[in-house]
Design a binder for this molecule. Structure first.
Ligand code: ATP
Length: 483
């Protein structure tokens, strides 16, 4: 038995020189691309499959540098100041590495790379052999799976954000892409469109997801409070600064900071934020020592920043710094096909909390579809909350909707559809006389015993808007509650 085996091995060895002569034919029968690269990075041997995969003729490749493939993983090594042209020569081999290489026509192909170095008798590296498997089809299938599971999972939406309409699908795609990069993202959209949810999704999907996520509402604080909130202060920096305090930027180090209502930031603080973006350092109020921070900035606003730049109320240089990846969240009235999904989603949330909810009567649904939703999804959410409280048998009928939702139907029929794209004030909301809005707010504050967040939820506006309106309409909370 052992003798037979030995004989076979000897015979096979005997044939080796002849087989080696056919080495080229052998590598050319492979489906995978193959290349042999010299220590200086020049291509010594390529097979037919590789030429097909990247669209070059053999004579265009041989002798050229393998950097012409512009492989994304190799680029990283060169950029990081490596001494070798390729990390392969220090690692010895590479297994199943997903990379992207460039074809002759400039398009890219996803490949799975395996590689090993070849050594001479003395153990010196003489070349490296690499095989490349085209996995672009696999990539396409992966993308398809993501899209389909998103559809199947529409109840939970994109990380809890509901929307199957084309504009929302675009937002989700862009959110995923933006999350991968470190560049500043700005989210535009009217109040209640879900800007906070998108900001959170960017953090959860991004490279800093293990780090902190800090949210600051820039409209809720006055100039000096905002400054010390963002950058911190040292003891004695101002009256009341009885101890050192870390700012939100320091707290966000290694993570993401979400600056909501960035359009409300005073010009003096915009200058300081610009400096943080440019130098990646912050200075505490009352101290000039720079503190290094590695933070990605996500901002959001319902204001028209380009207009503010033109009017001189927003710094142009700061605008360009934060406006790197803009994401526009469409108002609900421009994606009404999402409304039934959102209704199902919110009613299900009520069911889970133990409420008896049968569904929405077709007439009530027609009313919901006719309304223009100036407070967007937040307003829809609170409308359904209200309806779930007032319905007795769990079926939401027209009479269970807040009066303004029903009344607005006539107005809606006559108002022009707002042009798409840029966030703007709702026509319906803007048309409401101030007197009505003041009374509406007073009623809501009374119902909630002066709780501004609750009042905001009832009205479908943000807490900041409640606060702004209270100031604008000179509403004295103590008087409202006492009356
Ligand atoms: N697409 C959505 N799917 C599910 N819930 C949503 C969606 N959009 C918004 N919401 C809900 O609506 C409410 C308002 O959303 P969010 O606070 O993110 O809005 P916003 O645009 O940041 O508002 P503001 O500008 O007033 O701060 C939240 O309760 C949020 O969970």
């Amino acid at each position: 038995m052992a003798d037979n085996h030995q004989r076979r091995v000897t015979q096979e060895h005997h044939h080796m020189p002849a087989i080696q002569r056919h080495l080229e034919d052998i590598v050319n029968t492979m489906n995978d691309g193959l290349m042999v690269v010299g220590p200086d990075g020049s291509l010594l041997l390529v097979n037919d499959a590789l030429c097909r995969m990247i669209g070059y003729r053999r004579d265009e490749l041989l002798g050229r540098s393998c950097t012409l493939l512009d492989c994304d993983s190799c680029e990283g090594i060169l950029r990081h100041g490596g001494t070798h042209w390729c990390r392969l020569f220090t690692l010895g081999n590479i297994h199943h590495k997903r990379c992207v290489v460039m074809r002759k026509d400039g398009s890219y192909v996803s490949v799975l790379k395996n590689a090993a170095v070849l050594k001479d008798d003395k153990g010196d590296i003489i070349a490296a052999v690499e095989t490349l498997t085209d996995i672009s089809e696999l990539d396409r299938k992966d993308e398809q799976i993501v899209r389909l599971s998103r559809l199947l999972d529409s109840e939970k939406g994109f990380r809890g954000i509901i929307g199957l309409s084309p504009p929302m699908q675009k937002v989700f795609d862009l959110t995923e892409k933006a999350a991968q990069s470190d560049a500043p993202v700005i989210i535009y959209g009217e109040s209640g469109t879900g800007k906070e949810l998108i900001a959170r999704a960017i953090h959860d999907l991004g490279p800093h997801r293990e780090g902190p996520y800090i949210q600051v509402n820039c409209a809720a604080l006055n100039e000096s409070l905002l400054e010390s909130e963002l950058f911190g202060h040292v003891k004695g920096a101002f009256t009341g600064a009885t101890s050192h305090r870390e700012g939100r930027f320091e707290a966000a180090n290694g993570g993401d900071i979400f600056l909501d209502e960035i359009g409300d930031v005073p010009l003096s603080i915009q200058v300081k934020l610009l400096r943080v973006l440019e130098n990646k350092t912050v200075e505490r109020v009352g101290d000039h020592r720079p503190i290094r921070v590695d933070v990605r900035i996500i901002t959001a606003t319902n204001r028209d920043l380009p207009k503010m730049v033109r009017e001189g109320t927003f710094r142009e240089d700061f605008f360009y710094r934060i406006n790197v990846i803009p994401i526009y969240l469409p108002p609900l009235r421009q994606r009404m096909e999402d409304l039934p999904l959102l209704v199902d989603f919110f009613l299900e949330q009520h069911r889970r909390k133990g409420k008896r909810v049968q569904g929405v009567h077709p007439q009530a649904m027609a009313a919901l579809m006719a309304y223009r939703w100036p407070g967007n999804v937040r307003e829809l959410k609170s409308t359904l909350e209200y309806a779930c409280v007032v319905t007795e048998d769990g079926l939401i009928r027209p009479e269970h909707l807040p009066p303004h939702v029903m009344q607005a139907q006539d107005v809606v029929c006559t108002t022009r559809t707002a042009p798409s794209g840029f966030p703007q004030k709702s026509t319906v909301d803007a048309q409401k006389p101030h007197r009505d809005r003041r009374q509406e707010l007073i009623d809501a504050l009374r119902r909630t015993g002066g709780n501004q967040s609750e009042a905001a939820r009832i009205l479908g506006i943000s807490r900041v808007t409640v606060w702004n309106r209270m100031k604008r309409y000179q509403i004295d909370l103590r008087k409202v509650i006492a009356e």
